[in-house]
Design a protein around this ligand. Structure first.
Ligand SMILES: Nc1nc2c(ncn2[C@@H]2O[C@H](COP(=O)(O)OP(=O)(O)OP(=O)(O)O)[C@@H](O)[C@H]2O)c(=O)[nH]1
Ligand SMILES: *[C@@H]1O[C@H](CO)[C@@H](O)[C@H](O)[C@H]1NC(C)=O
Ligand SMILES: *[C@@H]1O[C@H](CO)[C@@H](O)[C@H](O)[C@H]1NC(C)=O
Length: 578
């Protein structure tokens, strides 16, 4: 009888949510008293949230194991909430007289639309270029010549389109706001990390985590391992104590190269540590490798903190990458000797912009974890970048520069001989030191530090995201550029964080399969993505209808994972200071 009652209640709540939705949709057409609507929306938002909680509670009481059902209810609630948020923002901007002042910055919708247009222009280009080339292969030599002009014309027209899109931020009047917001959020993040790592109480009296950098892999891999630990430290509000004795890249330890993470929370304050299972209660918890951390939590990568999520999503096209970039910024604060070493090199090579960075990962990676990519595959995109850049700056005369980082010394002569109209920066001796038999040592570390640093200073990157060096460079780059998620052309994987929770996208347009291996889906379906083939198609599986295979990338958008993390209410940063 009780069970029946609960079920009845669930149905009642669902009907109620539906009713709310109907009320909401009529809001579009009315416009009497905006203030009342604003209050009403606020009220409805709270209503939806409390109903959602009741629903979750009831479902768990009733032991309904129907995952799909409860999942789709959650999605419905989420959509309802988003719709409410959108309406509220619309009302607010309407009350401002319809024009959002440049001081308040662009609307979220405008920023998302601007990024979406760049993405759509690129996806059209990937798809069409691939199809045009496939047709070309079937043509006679004579027809091929004519067809080549069709391809050239299409590529060039697409470049003008991208130049126009990239010009938007130059003319829309919001760039100052973007720079200010970037600075201000970065300042907040660094202040939070500083407080996290230097608690006001003695370290013995605060809950803390430990992490050992020695994962026994490459530099990028070990940095990402430490970032996984630091991400958890941030999420839990527990300072992180790093162990690095006998580090393969500098046996004397991390602190000889980078500034210690804390003034007071040192190894001495973490002599014993409990296992991850007790992360909630134990004083000291050791963080295991991301590959075998159980239980997994929704605050792990690629989640961003809820309390600053709205700002992050408006600021950046890939908020998680920006967030990680900020964790790295604190983590890798160079010792003075390293700063001087990098500065000296910067001047001696006469580093100048515009410059495109390419990272060519060869040696042990090729054939085992990644495919071989010829220098021409990178340079095609470098060329594209520079032609678009010229279209953006028609009167500018510039030298085409490339910063080349690689672990294969012969790539330098290959690149320089094939592309004589480019200036290639980069150091053959560094590539030599990155060979497997000399890779793990302090000399080699200095080389990889320089390479990552200069890659991160480039305007644009062309590299394989399967390599952690390329991903670290991209993350570090976001510390400097404003909304720079678009400043990369990956040659293989899409951006990911090794060991991450599910990487999901949402279908924004329904699709009926026509191409081989494609699957059909409905608008709103959740798609777990496994990669972009850079030919208009991505690979993945539809979590809503269970199908998997290829899907047209342009009909989807990224889902940003937002999770509750520690909120650092003790940290106050004056927004006007920057
Ligand atoms: N100096 C320099 N070293 C490199 C370069 N590419 C690779 N290496 C070296 O090779 C290592 C590769 O390991 P990771 O940093 O983990 O990057 P990865 O490409 O994901 O490689 P794996 O982890 O081995 O799969 C780097 O840390 C460097 O020591 C490069 O462009 N420059
Ligand atoms: C981009 O903006 C610049 C400067 O405003 C202008 O000269 C150029 O023609 C624009 N390019 C395109 C493709 O719109
Ligand atoms: C720093 O640590 C020392 C002992 O290791 C302790 O006496 C001191 O109070 C700590 N200072 C702060 C600010 O926590």
């Amino acid at each position: 009888m009780l069970l029946f009652g609960n079920k009845f209640y669930i149905i009642f709540i669902l009907l109620w949510i539906f009713g709310l939705y109907c009320i909401l949709t009529t809001f579009h057409s009315t416009s009497n008293n905006d203030k009342i609507f604003e209050d009403r929306i606020e009220h409805l938002q709270n209503e939806v949230e409390s109903l959602r909680q009741k629903l979750v509670q009831l479902q768990s009481e009733n032991n309904i194991n129907d995952q799909v059902q409860s999942g789709s209810n959650n999605v419905q609630c989420q959509e309802l909430k988003n719709e409410l948020k959108r309406l509220k923002r619309q009302l607010i901007s309407k009350n401002d007289g319809g024009t959002i002042s440049s001081r308040d910055g662009p609307s979220l919708e405008y920023e998302q639309l601007r990024r979406k247009i760049e993405m759509q222009a690129r996806e059209i280009s990937y798809f069409t270029t691939d199809q045009l080339n496939k047709i070309s292969e079937k043509l006679s030599d004579q027809d091929k010549e004519n067809w080549k002009n069709v391809i050239l014309r299409f590529t060039d027209q697409n470049r003008v389109l991208l130049a126009s899109i990239r010009n938007l931020t130059v003319v829309d009047g919001y760039q100052l706001w973007r720079e200010h917001e970037h600075e201000s959020l970065s300042k907040l993040m660094q202040a939070r990390l500083n407080v996290l790592q230097n608690p006001s109480k003695s370290c013995q009296d605060v809950k803390r985590v430990t992490c050992n950098i020695n994962k026994g892999c490459g530099y990028g891999c070990e940095i990402h391992h430490a970032m996984h630990c630091f991400h958890i430290a941030y999420a839990l509000g527990r300072p992180m104590i790093l162990f690095s004795d006998g580090w393969r890249y500098n046996p004397g330890g991390f602190d000889q190269v980078f500034q210690p993470l804390s003034r007071n929370c040192t190894k001495a304050s973490a002599t014993s540590a409990s296992s991850w299972g007790n992360y909630d209660t134990a004083d000291v918890v050791e963080i295991p490798l991301i590959d075998n951390i159980y239980p997994r939590k929704d605050f792990m990568p690629m989640a961003i903190p809820e309390d600053i999520s709205e700002r992050l999503i408006r600021l950046h096209g890939n908020p998680f990458v920006w967030f990680t970039g900020q964790l790295i910024k604190y983590f890798l604060r160079p010792q003075e000797w390293l700063s001087e070493f990098i500065e000296k090199k910067y001047h001696s090579i006469n580093f100048q912009t515009p410059i495109v960075g390419i990272h060519v990962r060869r040696t042990d990676k090729v054939g085992s974890e990644a495919a071989f990519h010829d220098i021409s595959e990178y340079m095609k995109h470098v060329e594209d970048y520079y032609i678009i850049y010229q279209y953006q700056n028609p009167n500018l005369k510039f030298t085409k520069r490339v910063f080349l980082a690689t672990d294969e010394p012969s790539v330098f002569s290959d690149a320089r001989s094939k592309y004589p109209d480019y200036i290639f920066y980069g150091d053959r001796a560094i590539a030599q030191s990155a060979q497997l038999h000399t890779r793990y040592g302090t000399e080699s570390l200095k080389g990889v530090l320089l390479d990552v640093h200069f890659l991160s200073l480039c305007d644009y990157l062309v590299c394989t995201f399967s390599s952690q060096i390329c991903r670290v460079a991209y993350e570090v780059m976001q510390q400097r550029v404003v909304d720079g998620a678009w400043r990369v052309q990956p040659l293989d994987d899409v951006y990911y964080f090794g060991g991450q929770n599910a990487h999901n996208q949402r279908a924004i347009i329904s699709h009926k399969a026509i191409w081989p291996n494609e699957f059909s889906f409905d608008r709103g379906d959740i798609i777990g993505t496994e990669g972009n083939h850079w030919d208009g198609f991505s690979k993945g599986s539809d979590k809503t209808n269970g199908q998997s295979g290829l899907y047209p990338t342009y009909k989807t958008e990224e889902i940003v994972n937002i999770a509750k993390m520690y909120t650092y209410s003790e940290v106050r940063v004056n927004a006007n200071e920057v």
